[in-house]
Design a binder for this molecule. Sequence first.
Ligand SMILES: [Zn+2]
Ligand SMILES: [Zn+2]
Length: 177
Amino acid sequence: MLALDVATLREGTARLDRHIAPDAMTREQDYRVLAPVVLEATVSRSRARVGIAGQATTTLELFCSRCLEGFAVPVTSTFDLSYLPSDEAPVGSVEVEVADQDINTAYYQHGQIDLTELIHEQLYLVLPMKPLCKDDCQGLCPVCGANRNSTPCTCEASWTDPRLAGLKALLNENDDA
Ligand SMILES: [Zn+2]
Ligand SMILES: [Zn+2]
């Protein structure tokens, strides 16, 4: 983990500019970091409170929700966060706190702010819900599983939606009546 040691920060404001190699980023399930993460931020400390504001820019590999292929997307996430030591976290049941929590306030433990985690959390916020490799991605053929973008198949002609098949059967019954 790439940590920011709060004890080394002076009171006041300082630059926090880092280039973080993709290898230094932990693996996430939903994406892969392809390019160095450029973190350009301002860090301000006031006693135990640490503010980190700025942006993280990188290129991610996402996986298309239709054809499942990986594709590269440049992303920039802008944030303005406030960190407090974990012993200042509000006391109470976890479920209640999560709902009430200010999403811009986080807590750090052992005097360390985990920058890798900060970046991952901010990247997640800018990811599309259903990533698409291209707007008109043809997806996978539901019959043979071929990627229709690269492998044309002839399944469509003979394939009928099971729901439609049921409807047709119903209509046929009515015809007979
Ligand atoms: Zn796709
Ligand atoms: Zn097919």
